[in-house]
Design a protein around this ligand. Structure first.
Ligand code: 6PG
Length: 232
């Protein structure tokens, strides 16, 4: 296990996750005046997002900038939308300026939506004087097949070495997705996997042992920290 990686076994998953998020958020705002926070989709983060909304903490939410690590190719009001889930779980409950919430427009042609987002991140990176957009914290989930974001086994996006956001056809789902790529993910200051089900332990062990084909294994922040927060 690399030196920049830690594993936390939590018995209060949502509270512990929210505390890590807020702690990183405070430090980011203190040091750079903004907290660039990338959200994960799926089901696991829902309880964490609700905890953020419930506790609010004393984070200066007006200085929080939200991105989405992946999105389904559906409109923002669709039941499968990660954006919809995040809005209902916490974004609509907190005073985050709407212009700070950068939605992946799943309703567009996937390639066009990915390019639009890539350009948005590039503009923000240029203003910050960075070669690539840097998240202060990016949340990720882990699928039962070892995928993360929408980097699914055997899909084209696994090979992307330059762009930070791409459209990715996922034959396993017979669907297109929008997803962050390894170059963008691994540029983060901190990546935190949220894994709640003990059923994922076999996959986790294969990833931690190394040499697995699982896409999640290739997440390694080049100059940042990696946290595995486990709810078991
Ligand atoms: C998505 C997610 C995806 C998710 C994993 C785990 O859009 O579905 O980004 O990568 O994090 O599939 O999903 P659960 O948290 O629901 O197990």
């Amino acid at each position: 296990m690399r030196s920049n990686t830690r594993i936390i076994h939590s018995t209060a998953f949502a509270v512990d996750a929210a505390n890590v998020i807020v702690e990183i958020g405070h430090a980011a705002i203190r040091e750079r005046g903004v907290f660039r926070f990338g959200l994960s989709g799926g089901n696991t983060p829902r309880g964490v997002y609700r905890e953020l909304a419930a506790m609010r903490h004393d984070l200066d939410w007006a200085q929080v900038l939200i991105t989405f690590g992946d999105e389904r190719c559906v409109p923002p009001d669709h039941a499968d939308s990660n954006y919809k889930m995040a809005c209902e779980s916490f974004l609509h409950a907190l005073p985050i300026p709407s212009q700070n919430i950068h939605r992946l427009r799943g309703e567009l042609d996937p390639a066009a939506a990915a390019e639009e987002y890539e350009n948005q991140l590039a503009r923000m990176a240029m203003i910050a004087g960075e070669p690539r957009f840097v998240h202060d914290l990016l949340l990720l989930g882990l699928g039962n097949d070892g995928h993360t974001a929408s980097l699914f086994p055997g899909t084209e996006a696994l090979r992307e070495g330059d762009r930070g956001v791409v459209a990715n056809h996922v034959p396993q789902l017979s669907a297109d997705r929008l997803t962050f790529t390894y170059p963008l993910i691994n540029a983060s200051r901190h990546v935190m996997f949220l894994v709640e089900g003990a059923g994922k332990l076999p996959i986790l062990r294969e990833i931690w042992r190394g040499g697995s084909p699982h896409p999640a294994e290739r997440v390694h922040p080049e100059h940042g920290q990696l946290t595995w927060l486990l709810g078991f």
